[in-house]
Design a protein around this ligand. Structure first.
Ligand SMILES: [Zn+2]
Length: 275
């Protein structure tokens, strides 16, 4: 058994300025006991690094989001490189392609993505991918650039079954968040038949809350609900699932979860109140 792990959140954002500590306490109470804080631009990288300093069950990643791809210059890359080489981060990202919002020109997104794949290969870190309406292109770019040796996680995975199979067969993991719980979600079908080792859980807080909190701010405690739904799909109990997920997180990010994380039995933790 193990605590649940939120492998992708943005707790440094202003949405949490009034109650960040309470949010963290609520997540502990719900059995969510370890965190990967994801940085995606200069400021959010600062926040992720600061949060990772707080305790020994928190880590940081750093990358440049496709929305901000135009800001990926030599200085930005040098910062990521030095964070990687100093052991301050456990992954490069989130980075990738977002052809849904198209906030940066697509060729600029692809160029920044390619440079971060090359960097992840150079510094031997896994990647956290943000891909939206661009799964075919992401696969094309990855295959053309060469898969980063440490692979990584397709965060907020929303691809189809064929992509899911390709990703898992090639050693990537799928980041499963709140959308799994949505009534018309195609995700259950896309991931059907994949083993538990294919997945990590995440919130992407403050965004993408699970069904009971749709329209509200997401927070890490709500991983509990996504875990419940995933456990049902996999037909395992939540304690067995949490154990398997924790081992996957250790393997993907090459981290060691502290003993207290292994002492938590999520099934005995109260489900966060639905408000
Ligand atoms: Zn994110």
């Amino acid at each position: 058994m193990a605590a649940l792990i939120d492998t992708h959140l943005h707790l440094g954002r202003a949405e949490f300025d009034d109650d960040r500590e309470a949010v963290q306490l609520r997540s502990q109470a719900a059995g969510v006991g370890a965190f990967i804080h994801v940085g995606f631009d200069g400021e959010s990288i600062d926040h992720a690094l600061a949060l990772a300093q707080q305790d020994d069950s928190s880590w940081a990643t750093a990358g440049i989001h496709p929305h901000d791809a135009a800001s990926y210059d030599d200085a930005a890359e040098e910062r990521l490189r030095s964070l990687a080489n100093s052991g301050s981060i456990v992954a490069i990202g989130e980075c990738g392609l977002d052809f849904f919002r198209d906030l940066s020109p697509r060729d600029v997104q692809e160029a920044a993505f390619r440079r971060q794949i090359a960097l992840a290969t150079e510094v031997a870190l896994p990647m956290v991918f943000h891909v939206r309406d661009a799964y075919d292109d992401a696969r094309r770019v990855l295959e053309d650039a060469g898969l980063p040796p440490r692979r990584g996680v397709f965060h907020a995975f929303a691809g189809d079954g064929e992509f899911a199979r390709w990703a898992v067969d090639n050693g990537f993991r799928l980041g499963i968040g709140g959308p799994l719980t949505y009534k018309n979600s195609k995700l259950p079908q896309a991931i059907a038949g994949l083993p538990a080792e294919s997945f990590v859980l995440e919130t992407d807080a403050p965004w993408l809350p699970p069904q009971p909190w749709r329209g509200k701010r997401n927070e890490p405690a709500y991983v509990r609900e996504t875990a419940r739904v995933l456990a049902e799909l996999l037909d395992v109990d939540i304690d067995a699932l949490s154990d398997s997920l924790a081992r996957t997180v250790e393997a993907v990010f090459a981290i060691k979860l502290p003993p207290e994380v292994w002492d938590v039995r999520p099934s005995t933790c109260p489900v966060p109140p639905r408000r």
